[in-house]
Design a protein around this ligand. Structure first.
Ligand code: HOZ
Length: 426
């Protein structure tokens, strides 16, 4: 029995499914998880000392690759003065100033501890600001696991085989409306049905929890225009795209400004952090200035701030990181698409910047229904082959592949070699 199998045996006795987040259980690929011992650069090592090229990158934040020494030093230095105080610290101000200076739509920002918390709070603020209750989300977009947003959610909910979670009272989702990604008409119809009732439209500007679905030309601008017209708060959930798609995230990449933006793990460089920010007049609704309550002892934790700020500063000082990541990502994803063609498979590769997803379907994927046509059994076989040959992918058809600045020609060449071997044996 491998060490990972031993650990899994222990884990399932004391942790539901043996994991602290469902996708990690490898359920949708019919395997048991590899337990991770450590990681460096583009590589991750399991408890049996196997080395893998890692395309999860902690689901996005390891933009610089694993175990970046500058980030690590900043963490150690900060930790030496204490881990948590539950009181205001200078580094929180530095972080807030840095983001406000660098992201044009953000005039004020509040730190929290995860993307889930950021989105939950942003929705509350949008409701407080507008005095309205309804929110619009999109089928297949995932905004964390708060009650109101577990409606046709992406990520692990998609492979759980149920559109909505149990344990969520109907009252919590009665004001959640779900529209079709890339379909402005479906959003217009909701505005027509509920004029003056929609507090917020929340969207992943690149939907990266149902694989990777790119916004079509005009979609995000259309949402911007509809929200402006109806006095509705437009929220970009940039938990995955923030500081990744470009330094200014999807807002910079697509040239569209949201009213509120949510961030997650990326701004903690992998430490547990989230944040929501945006227009001053909206953010001033938040307590203690305004009447929308939101709080947390670990919010703005100094060690997490130190990690995040160190990474963000490196990204700001080295804009060439983005072109390098894009080049590596294009070489890998276009290379995979070329191999798919060479071996006469009908599968589709969606990619943008450092994010990509190979869908095992012959259907082009622009939304949730199309993503769901993917053959998850074929994905599972592909996943197993890749893992057994040293390539660590997200264990679900509906997760993205993440490229970091540490990936290079060698990792791309090796990944393409293994992928071709898989296609040859398929
Ligand atoms: N929901 C995450 C992926 N979109 C997975 C989180 C995790 O398992 O760490």
């Amino acid at each position: 029995m491998s060490r990972s199998e031993e650990l899994y045996e222990r884990a399932v006795k004391v942790i539901p499914g043996g994991v602290n987040s469902p996708v990690r259980a490898y359920g949708s690929v019919g395997m048991t998880p590899r337990f991770v011992e450590g990681a460096t650069g583009p590589y991750i090592f399991d408890a049996d000392s196997n080395r893998y090229i890692d395309y999860i990158g902690s689901w996005g934040p390891m933009i610089l690759g694993h175990n970046n020494q500058e980030v690590l030093k900043a963490v150690v230095r900060k930790a030496e003065s204490g881990l948590s105080f539950g009181a205001a610290t200078e580094i929180e101000v530095e972080m807030a100033e840095f983001i406000c200076e660098n992201v044009p739509s953000i005039e004020m920002i509040r730190m929290v501890n995860s993307g889930t918390e950021a989105v939950m709070s942003a929705i509350r603020v949008a409701r407080g600001y507008t005095g309205r209750n309804k929110i619009v989300k999109f089928d297949g977009c995932y905004h964390g696991h708060s009650d109101a947003l577990l409606v046709k959610a992406g990520s692990g909910v998609m492979t759980a085989g149920v559109p909505d979670s149990s344990g969520v009272p109907a009252g919590c989702t009665q004001d959640t409306l779900s529209a079709v990604y890339n379909n402005l008409e479906s959003v217009k119809a909701l505005f027509q049905e509920f004029p003056q009732e929609i507090a917020a439209v929340i969207v992943e500007p690149v939907a990266a929890n149902m694989g990777v679905v790119l916004p079509e030309e005009g979609f995000l601008q259309g949402l911007r225009d509809l929200c402006t017209e109806h006095g509705t708060v437009l929220i970009f959930d940039e938990v995955i795209t923030g500081f990744r798609l470009a330094f200014g995230g999807a807002q910079e990449h697509f040239g569209i400004q949201a009213d509120l933006v949510t961030y997650g793990k990326i701004i903690g460089a992998g430490m547990p952090v989230g944040a929501y920010g945006g227009k001053r007049e909206i953010m001033e609704q938040v307590a203690p200035v305004g009447s929308v309550y939101q709080a947390g002892t670990l919010s703005g934790n100094p060690v997490a701030m130190a990690a995040g700020l160190a990474q963000l500063k490196i990204l700001k000082e080295h804009p060439e990181i983005y072109s390098k990541m894009r080049l590596n990502a294009d070489t890998l994803f276009d290379g995979m698409a070329a191999l798919v063609k060479k071996y006469k498979k009908p599968w589709k590769m969606n990619h943008i910047g450092s994010l990509g997803c190979l869908y095992f379907t012959e259907q082009d994927v622009h939304n949730y229904e199309e993503a769901k046509t993917a053959d998850t059994k074929t994905f599972a076989a592909y996943f197993r082959f890749m893992l057994e040959h040293g390539i660590h992918l997200g264990p679900s058809q509906f997760e993205a592949m993440f490229i970091s600045n540490a990936h290079n020609e060698e990792t791309t060449k090796e990944t393409l070699r293994v992928f071709e071997e898989y296609l040859r044996c398929e």
